[in-house]
Design a binder for this molecule. Sequence first.
Ligand SMILES: Nc1ncnc2c1ncn2[C@@H]1O[C@H](COP(=O)(O)OP(=O)(O)OP(=O)(O)O)[C@@H](O)[C@H]1O
Ligand SMILES: [Mg+2]
Length: 240
Amino acid sequence: MTTPVVELEGVGRRYEIGGNVVTALHGVDLAVPEGSFTVVLGPSGSGKTTLLNLIGALDVASEGEVRVAGRRITGAARGELFRFRRETVSFIFQTFNLFPGLTARENVEFAVDVARRGGGDGAARAPEVLGRVGLGDRLDHFPHQLSGGEQQRVAIARALATGNPVLLADEPTGELDFHTGVQILELLREQAHAGVTVLVVTHNREISRMADRVVELSSGAVRSDGPPPGGPADVSTLHW
Ligand SMILES: Nc1ncnc2c1ncn2[C@@H]1O[C@H](COP(=O)(O)OP(=O)(O)OP(=O)(O)O)[C@@H](O)[C@H]1O
Ligand SMILES: [Mg+2]
């Protein structure tokens, strides 16, 4: 088995609000090998975003340990986490988080500049990657001039363009129609097979059939973990 790039041991996340404790995750163990395409499946509120945020060092576990790309996230120093977020992970958020004052092209260029500290080739990569998500003719549009699905595709292009080794995507197809959604998942699957470790969150069971592996969450715990029934599905057999 390849080295796990993402490892979680006994991970829990609790929130305390006005004396009430909400357990978003508890007792999560997970080992994700390099270059795999994993889908995290579960109903609304089951802890999917919480899990992704912990892996991406956007949040801190209440208990247990998170390691990504050989680095301990739990208890790491601020500076180290900063570098980790810039150079190791790429995020596609549930809400796209594009810069409203930057065009599609500039949003992608900027992400590459940040990840590569100005040493990347953002100017050349942006049109190429935007073309791959079907936005070659929307390069100079601002986010407010794009549809929801197009904005999502800019967010996806931005994550692909950085070339970071771990890609975390929270409901990347939520705004997309069937055809575009499948294309985007194919693109993410290709990234994984080119060596990027990809984790995609969804509550859509049909989407999860495209993955190498499905981690199913229920009430903050892993309910099942393994390949989808019948193995990774061919796109033509999916039904939305
Ligand atoms: N900042 C917070 N403070 C308090 N509770 C929170 C916070 N963030 C999440 N929760 C709670 O933790 C649980 C898991 O939330 P999470 O956002 O991880 O769910 P999810 O599986 O991503 O759901 P969805 O499919 O709706 O996006 C929910 O019950 C939610 O209310
Ligand atoms: Mg969520």
